[in-house]
Design a protein around this ligand. Structure first.
Ligand code: FMN
Length: 343
């Protein structure tokens, strides 16, 4: 199986849910939430794609970087390259149901490990879904991360304990899920969190804690103050709120403000290896990959997830050689590869 076959299979199997456009830019699927798209006109998803595209790489080949280092360590775990699988749920109403949530969880958790990285599992209105993710993490001897919806604090803490018992590497909350349509469908209360709420949640666990869905410097600072280990600079694939900033346009300011105090992950429109390099150069320690992993699972199941991740890894390696980036953990060298000026 190769990446072409995986995508061909996914296209056939996802039918009207996703047509695997030549450019996955949020236009065809605008408004498809539930579905694969971004909320409303799809503006936030589209902006994530466009702002990342505007960033260009300074190609450099007169140097000595012939075997760049891709490996890194996040939350005490060695990763073969700086990309994790984003938490994704709702296989039936978002992707058409070719794989069940249980199958998807197994594919991503186990496929990620085979590619030398780790997956996050998500939470949605259907309580079984979180449990499927936890079961997959258990099967993988704890090698996975659980991301919980911004439910009432007591409900979040209950789920953190379940993740701890499964031996998870880290836990977190996608705070931007505060008004998600998909939670409303199941009549599950979610809402914004105050600083005190966050402190209460974070102090309930010894595991590294991730706040997913940060787009401003002030909220990144609040996460540091609350004692979080990491943030994900993300607009949730454009699925929560239309007309947000793109992660790629706010990341640099956030990294400058809190980069020494907290691990910075970022996601949105990572579609090939060079996109990972762009986010690293803007100040992220690693990225999350979303929609392409869905194609991996639906198009080739666990092996499809592994091959998708391996493809990103090979592309990242190549783009580092061709830009003189020697090490994914050497930010000084990485930050030199960008031309942010529009041409
Ligand atoms: C179908 C679908 C379901 C998602 N479900 C979740 C979820 O349960 N929890 C969560 O934190 N994020 C969820 N996300 C957002 C992703 O974790 C991630 O932030 C986003 O997809 C990254 O953008 P990309 O798909 O362009 O790579 C979902 C995204 C999609 C497309």
């Amino acid at each position: 199986m190769d990446i072409k076959e995986i995508k061909k299979n996914a296209k056939e199997r996802m039918k009207e849910f996703c047509i695997l456009c030549p450019e996955c830019n949020g236009r065809w699927c605008a408004g498809k939430v539930p579905g694969m798209g971004g909320a409303s006109s799809g503006g936030s998803f589209q902006r994530s794609f466009e702002k990342l595209k505007e960033i260009k790489i300074a190609m450099r080949t007169l140097h000595k970087v012939s075997d760049p280092k891709l490996s890194c360590n996040i939350f005490g775990v060695d990763l073969s390259f700086p990309a994790l699988v984003a938490p994704i749920t709702g296989t039936k109403f978002n992707m058409g149901g070719y794989v069940s949530d249980e199958e998807y969880s197994n594919d991503v958790v186990l496929g990620s490990i085979e590619a030398g990285t780790i997956a996050m599992i998500g939470d949605t209105g259907d309580p079984n879904c979180f449990q499927f993710g936890i079961n997959a993490i258990k099967k993988a001897n704890g090698k996975g991360i659980a991301i919980i919806k911004p439910r009432e604090n007591s409900e979040i803490i209950k789920r953190i304990k379940i993740a701890e018992e499964a031996g998870a590497i880290a836990v977190g909350v996608d705070v931007d899920g505060a008004g998600l349509v998909t939670m409303k469908l199941f009549n599950q209360p979610v809402g914004p969190k105050s600083l005190d709420d966050l402190k209460e949640i974070i102090s309930s666990t010894k595991l590294p804690f991730i706040v997913k869905g940060i787009l401003t410097v002030d909220e990144a600072k609040l996460c540091v103050e609350a004692g979080a280990s990491a943030i994900v600079v993300s607009n949730h694939g454009g699925r929560c709120l239309n007309e947000t900033f793109a992660p790629a346009e706010v990341l640099k300011d956030i990294a400058q403000a809190v980069g020494n105090d907290i691990i910075i992950l970022a996601d949105g429109a990572v579609r090939e290896g060079v996109d990972i390099l762009k986010y690293l150069a803007l100040g992220a320690n690693a990225v999350l990959i979303g929609r392409p992993i869905i194609w991996g699972s639906i198009g080739g199941r666990q092996e499809g997830v592994k091959i998708t991740l391996d493809t990103f890894k090979a592309q990242l390696y190549q783009s580092m050689i061709l830009s003189g980036a020697d090490d994914v953990e050497n930010f000084k060298n990485l930050s030199c590869i960008l031309y942010t000026k529009k041409v």
